[in-house]
Design a protein around this ligand. Structure first.
Ligand code: GDP
Length: 296
């Protein structure tokens, strides 16, 4: 189960609180100390945890809550609402352009799941009666182009490639031209990643951004890397400017640190969550559903 470790701890804490008939300020403080520990162990950003706990406390210690008939329930409701808020409160869809093709650029570090996510996203978009085109602009990683062709074949979406001898700006431009000529109303560009962020990678992504002016730059991060994923997001957002985040490998994430911090730290929405290696394993990210999953 995703976020299993965190969910178990929070559920234990709230189970104890619900068991009490009356709840006083000390009970709230004790419970919130446990929540704080659980969130830190889940690798949630320290400042995010502090703000979160303070917000919940301020609301929970309000007289109406403690004097209500079901104080434990009320506090869980507050935690649920604040967790939802932390992850962005509402779902954020892709903003399709009124002047197609809508250009989506996927960026991220190598291994985050970018290429796989291109296929997943293309499949999802195709279901919305669109005609996506995938563009292979990762010319560095051996086999990246072939991998995108395979993924494209599996979801029955065309893949535009120019091999690995052209630079990514030229590939992106030519791909866009191809889309316009072939009636593709959405293009998804698979860009190069590196093992670490470096100036050369950022410079190249900035050039692609400048030349084709994407409608959406979505950053793909591996949720299992916790705060590292959050740092990557902060960095990409500063250097490149991103419109949203796609969290991958949530199926293997027992902690939840990235999911719970990335929105608060970058102020950019989590748009999609990937939950497995298959090309169907992607969903629109719903903060409220995610909060309910954590609280059981
Ligand atoms: P890229 O280097 O960023 O293009 O990453 P890839 O798309 O090649 O993915 C790297 C590895 O992660 C592959 O083995 C994928 O099957 C795997 N992967 C991608 N997304 C997910 C996911 O949501 N869950 C799991 N469990 N594996 C994933």
């Amino acid at each position: 189960m995703i976020f299993e470790g965190l969910a178990e701890k929070l559920q234990n804490t709230f189970h104890k609180l619900k068991g009490k008939g009356k709840v006083n300020e000390k009970d709230v403080n004790d419970a919130m100390r446990e929540v704080k520990m659980a969130l830190l162990e889940a690798d949630v950003n320290f400042k995010v945890v502090k703000d979160f706990v303070n917000k919940v406390k301020a609301r929970a210690i309000g007289a109406e809550v403690l004097e209500s008939l079901t104080p434990g329930q009320q506090i869980i409701k507050i935690v649920n609402e604040e967790l939802t808020e932390l992850m962005g409160s509402t779902q954020s869809k892709i903003a399709f352009s009124s002047k197609p093709p809508t250009v989506i650029m996927l960026v991220g570090l190598q291994g985050a799941g970018k290429t796989t996510t291109c296929g997943k996203l293309a499949k999802l978009i195709k279901k919305q009666a669109k005609r996506p085109l995938l563009i292979a602009a990762d010319i560095y990683r051996p086999a990246a182009i072939k991998q995108l062709q395979v993924v494209g074949g599996q979801v029955d979406v065309p893949v535009f490639t120019m091999g690995d001898k052209q630079n990514p700006v030229n590939i992106a431009k030519a791909g866009l031209e191809h889309a316009i000529n072939h009636g593709n109303d959405v293009v998804i560009i698979d860009t190069a990643g590196r093992l670490h962020i470096d100036d050369e990678l950022m410079g190249e992504l900035q050039s692609v951004k400048e030349s084709i002016k994407p409608h959406e730059i979505l950053l793909v991060v591996d949720s299992m890397t916790g705060q590292d994923a959050v740092n990557v997001a902060e960095h990409f957002n500063e250097k490149l400017g991103i419109d949203g985040v796609i969290l991958t490998k949530l199926d293997g994430d027992t902690r939840g640190g990235a999911a719970l911090s990335v929105r608060a730290v970058t102020n950019k929405p989590i748009k999609f969550a990937a939950l497995g290696e298959k090309l169907d394993d992607i969903e629109v990210f719903h903060p409220d559903r995610m909060a309910s999953r954590i609280l059981g």
